[in-house]
Design a binder for this molecule. Sequence first.
Ligand SMILES: [Zn+2]
Length: 326
Amino acid sequence: MAERACKFHRRSARAALALTLFAGVPNAVSALQIEFDYRYDTRGFFTDLATGEPLAERRALLDLAASFYGGFTDTLTAIAPGADDNWSVSFVHPSLGGPGVTLVNETIAADTLRIYVGGSPSAPGVLGFAGTGSNLQASGDAAFVDAVMTRGQAGVAQGTDYATWGGYIWFNASNDWYFGPDASGLTAGRPDFLTTATHEIGHILGFGEADAWYANVDPDSGLFVGANAVAAYSGGVPLDRYGSHWAEGTYSLRDGVLQETMMDPSTPAGERQLPTALDYAGFADIGWQVSAVPEPAGWALLLSGVGVVAVGRRRRRIGLAEAGSR
Ligand SMILES: [Zn+2]
């Protein structure tokens, strides 16, 4: 599969709470699980290279980002290669720390995507990029091949649904990232790591990437005309020049409050933009079964101080993120 680039721009535009509590928040039944794999974090973005210890706050923010997709209830078939089954997929090294990666015969659990993550310094301003890799191949039992290619989602071959094994995300370590869960600590000029992570996961979930996405783009108007999005926006939704994001400055509601969409091409530094109603509608239009997505349960608990130890601080290549854009 070809990899398609998408840009994630950053417009120029405290408290480390008890992050481990997030891990204890029960997920809804059948919730999409996203597991992050750090084996290619070889340049110290999520790992203290001196001690080998995880950088727990950063990793917890990835889990928090994934939780915004916890209301996706599709049943995804496990990828579990038997003796005569083989599958593989290739992608760039998530830390840009070596040659490209080819995964061979990994096992991925039902209802689960695996995302390989890393980071490294690069040109200033670039935030990161993500993708689902290229050259996805599977052979063996027909059911196994189907699990790799469609995760059991019947409409994938027809371009009316979307599924993936997972993907990868690279983050640019040169940014002065804000690594807090609490938006109140976000200050001018600092890109919000949670926003970028959630946005990039969105591309791995097919936003602006899936065939089922482009099937909803009207060739004459260039508008996105998926039924859910049209309902949320009261009409066809303008896209960016690549067709892979909502147009810059597209607004929708998040918890009843007007917010620039998360899946437009950019987020001003110093701002947090999490999924709006229109963002979720776009995911529904590419085939995700999107149930109500609550605020992550752990969030309210944390911020209310319940049980919290406040420590006083607290086919595709996707999402090439630059300063001012992503
Ligand atoms: Zn993007």
